[in-house]
Write a protein that binds this ligand. Structure first.
Ligand SMILES: Nc1ncnc2c1ncn2[C@@H]1O[C@H](COP(=O)(O)OP(=O)(O)OP(=O)(O)O)[C@@H](O)[C@H]1O
Ligand SMILES: [Mg+2]
Length: 255
């Protein structure tokens, strides 16, 4: 297999808490490959967001290391973009949808190229017709798609997503799940996707990593060998899908 994009080697984080170092995640060994969709699940407080922030170069491991394409991470790397759960605060309310999407690229690209790229990613997320609206004129699902479009406009090699669909209704969520898989196929982007929703983790994932304990550790990494392309109705009814779902519920510990 090709060299992984990300490699965590025995990465641990301890944060200062009332004068003491409190271990948050411990001995994380994990790799992320080109065009891979890696889901991460685990109970609340096991350090999923902490792990994502480490991969995004926002937090350095206290011990161990994280490499991106072989180089030890010392800060936010080029080509890695984080999509946060809180899309409301992530968008600039006084900018139109198009101007929000252009935000990260407008200073680096000639106007025409920037406009073309914005139009292309809005098309990908199905928001071409809302380009001149303001965020507050959009539904929650649309706002989250704007945040995703803005991330894609940067042409990231890796998208790190922290429970991006947690607040969305089931239908919007299903549509966005399929958009992510389509994008992965079209662009070769790698995804690290945190979710509380085990079915979502299985539906999207090539692998599902389970984080458990305090400090959080990788308890298990499950290879998901479901047929591609995945389909919201047929994939979710496959006996293998149900078996993955069952096993992961057992692994996490809520039955
Ligand atoms: N800046 C900080 N200082 C001290 N402790 C922190 C800090 N950030 C997070 N923690 C602690 O680290 C642990 C893991 O937090 P984290 O947010 O990574 O968990 P999580 O798995 O993302 O949880 P959730 O599923 O609820 O989002 C928690 O016990 C939290 O209290
Ligand atoms: Mg979290």
């Amino acid at each position: 297999m090709a060299e992984p994009i990300f490699e965590c080697r025995s990465a641990s984080v301890a944060l200062a808490f009332g004068g003491q170092a409190r271990p948050i995640v411990s001995d994380i060994g994990l790799s992320v490959h080109e065009a891979e969709f890696l889901s991460i699940v685990g109970p609340s407080g096991t350090g999923k967001t902490t792990l994502l922030r480490m991969l995004g170069g926002l937090l350095r491991p206290t011990s161990g290391e994280i490499r991106m394409r072989g180089e030890v991470l010392t800060g936010p790397p080029d080509g890695v973009v984080i999509v946060f759960q809180d899309y409301g605060n992530a968008l600039l309310q006084w900018r139109t949808v198009a101007a929000n999407v252009a935000f990260g690229i407008e200073r680096h690209l000639p106007r025409k190229e920037c406009d073309e790229r914005v139009a292309a990613v809005l098309e990908l997320v199905g928001l071409s017709k809302r380009a001149s609206d303001y965020p507050w004129q959009l539904s929650g699902g649309m706002q989250q798609r704007v945040q995703i479009a803005r991330a894609l406009a940067l042409r990231p090699a890796v998208l790190l997503m922290d429970e991006p669909f947690a607040a969305l209704d089931a239908m919007t969520k299903a549509g966005l799940q399929d958009e992510l898989l389509r994008l992965r196929d079209q662009t070769g982007t790698s995804f690290v996707f945190i979710t509380h929703d085990i079915e979502e983790a299985v539906y999207l994932g090539d692998r599902v990593a389970v984080l458990k304990g305090s400090p959080g550790r990788i308890d298990n990494i499950v290879d998901i060998t479901l047929p591609s392309p995945r389909d919201q109705v047929t994939t979710r009814q496959l006996p293998e899908f149900l078996a993955y779902r069952y096993d992961l519920h057992q692994a996490i510990g809520h039955g």
